[in-house]
Design a protein around this ligand. Sequence first.
Ligand SMILES: Nc1ncnc2c1ncn2[C@@H]1O[C@H](COP(=O)(O)OP(=O)(O)OP(=O)(O)O)[C@@H](O)[C@H]1O
Length: 248
Amino acid sequence: MNTINTKVKNIIDLKDINKKFGNHVVLDNINFHVPAGQIVSLIGPSGAGKTTIIKVALGRIKIDSGTDSVFNTKMPNRNILSQIGYMAQADALYLTLSARNNLEFFAHMRGIPNSKINDEIQHVAKLTQLENNLNQPAMSYSGGMKKRLSLAIALLGSPKLLILDEPTVGIDPVLRRQIWDELRKLKEQGHTILVTTHIMSEAELADKVAMLMNGQIAAFDAPDKLKTQYNVNSIEDVFIKIENQEGK
Ligand SMILES: Nc1ncnc2c1ncn2[C@@H]1O[C@H](COP(=O)(O)OP(=O)(O)OP(=O)(O)O)[C@@H](O)[C@H]1O
């Protein structure tokens, strides 16, 4: 694998980002960063622009102005992209292939050496509880299984940066907890994780919560600090308070 600069303070660093679709301002001069070695959850109402922020970070959409860098490198950059574990909201699977073949394909794309691919597949399949279904074609998977397979693909090779767009939709609470345990383990090993979610109890498990509203980052801090600041007991209540303040 190519080397990347992991000794940066903020692994994702978006500065003064403006993005409109037609006349619709989605990101209004946003400054947003994901500090190295932390889990940041990005929350906000449906359509607030969470996926758009992710696509900006990945360099997948053209911004109107601002700068986006990942590992201190201007995006898009093919070397950096190959080293990000990205799970999109819509599954990007080869449905006619087996789950194992999907994992093998993406493991090659990620540059994992052939000698390590089988062990890697076993590892991520275990984490996502797919060990017994690896030989089935992806098209025979349920919605939740497809989500788990997408997550398994993102986890291949333990990438230094994971970007997960609603990874636990359609996943039952027990497995969701196991997935968060794994995310925290990866964080303890020095990995950086950006995750979007609509599940507020899940957002609270992150080191920092960023709330996107009306094109701006309305709050960005540790969950406990946000709860103290807004004088409430949960991130759900912080969300509701900010939404009311913003006049929605
Ligand atoms: N390619 C596009 N062309 C036009 N409008 C777009 C495009 N992509 C996104 N939008 C609009 O930008 C806004 C933000 O979309 P985005 O998908 O980023 O929201 P989100 O916060 O991720 O929503 P959700 O929580 O529902 O997934 C929405 O109003 C959406 O309709």
